[in-house]
Design a protein around this ligand. Structure first.
Ligand code: ZN
Ligand code: ZN
Length: 282
């Protein structure tokens, strides 16, 4: 291992190829993925055995494990290989915008998806509120419309990690900030900002994102014939920016109406916890 960080380890194309080939071997035979030295060298295509040995040695221990049968990825190496294969370190090509089937729950305009600078965004014309970095590999095999499924999945994963005080990027702990009157495209009276204490990543959550999957809301949608789990978050009204009314700044209190026709009313505190909401039967 070098003194550098993990990025140095992957900076070299030979090392990236080694991880890529070991990931391919794992995909081809998940139960027996170890690749002998000479086979691996052939697959990576490096004729110079000494040079190949050097780069493999740099990876071995942390990212690559050596066994009696050859070399395979460690769990950490698998993660790095996943990022490489998804194209996370390559130049993303811009795409879109394309119109989606859903309309904006606030202004009624058609929603659009656009991919710019490696970020996939969904929203109406002047407010593309839902966005997340998506590796170019996702868009190599999918249309922009199809890729919005990935965006929805990523947003839900981020949300669920953040609500458990965990950074979705590095798994570090997050601290929460309660903010009022945020001057975004659509003004937000109140929002919750999760800040990772390790990598500094920030996620801004509007109040509805704490309750859109509350059992009472899921049940109300179910009664109305809608499986809310099948709806992308941008099609759920209470998830839109601007949802939520600041009732009091001190102590922080925010009202948000969720469910079909906003029939499920919640009051949240400064940490997004429900202090008042629908009872078990209502
Ligand atoms: Zn709109
Ligand atoms: Zn982090």
């Amino acid at each position: 291992m070098t003194d550098g960080d993990g990025f140095d380890l992957l900076a070299d194309e030979t090392r990236a190829s080694i991880l890529r080939e070991l990931a391919t071997a794992r995909r081809e035979s998940p139960r027996d993925s170890a690749v002998p030295f000479s086979t691996l060298r052939d697959r990576v295509g490096v004729a110079d055995s000494g040079r190949f040995n050097y780069h493999l040695g740099e990876l071995t221990g942390h990212l690559v494990v050596e066994t009696d049968d050859g070399y395979r990825l460690s769990p950490v190496g698998q993660q790095a290989a996943s990022s490489i294969l998804a194209g996370a370190y390559s130049d993303p090509p811009d795409r879109g915008p394309v119109e989606l089937d859903e309309t904006c729950g606030r202004c009624g305009d058609p929603l659009e998806a656009v991919y710019e600078d490696g970020v996939l965004r969904v929203g109406c014309g002047d407010d593309r509120a839902f966005g997340e970095a998506v590796p170019p590999g996702v868009l190599a095999d999918a249309s922009l419309r199809e890729a919005t499924r990935v965006l929805d999945a990523t947003l839900r994963t981020d949300l669920s990690a953040a609500r458990r005080d965990t950074c979705p990027a590095c798994l570090g702990g997050v601290d929460w900030r309660f903010e009022t009157h945020i001057p975004t495209d659509v003004p937000m009276e109140a929002a919750y900002v999760a800040v990772c204490q390790s990598c500094g990543r920030q996620l801004t959550l509007n109040p509805g994102l704490f309750v859109f999957d509350h059992p009472a809301v899921v049940a109300a949608y179910h009664d109305a014939g809608v499986d809310v789990r099948e709806q992308p978050v941008w099609a759920i009204d209470c998830c839109l920016p601007g949802a939520g009314t600041l009732v009091s700044a001190d102590p922080p209190r925010v009202d948000v109406a969720a469910g079909p026709d906003g029939g499920c009313e919640f009051r949240l505190d400064g940490t997004g916890d429900v202090v008042d909401g629908p009872g078990r039967n209502g």
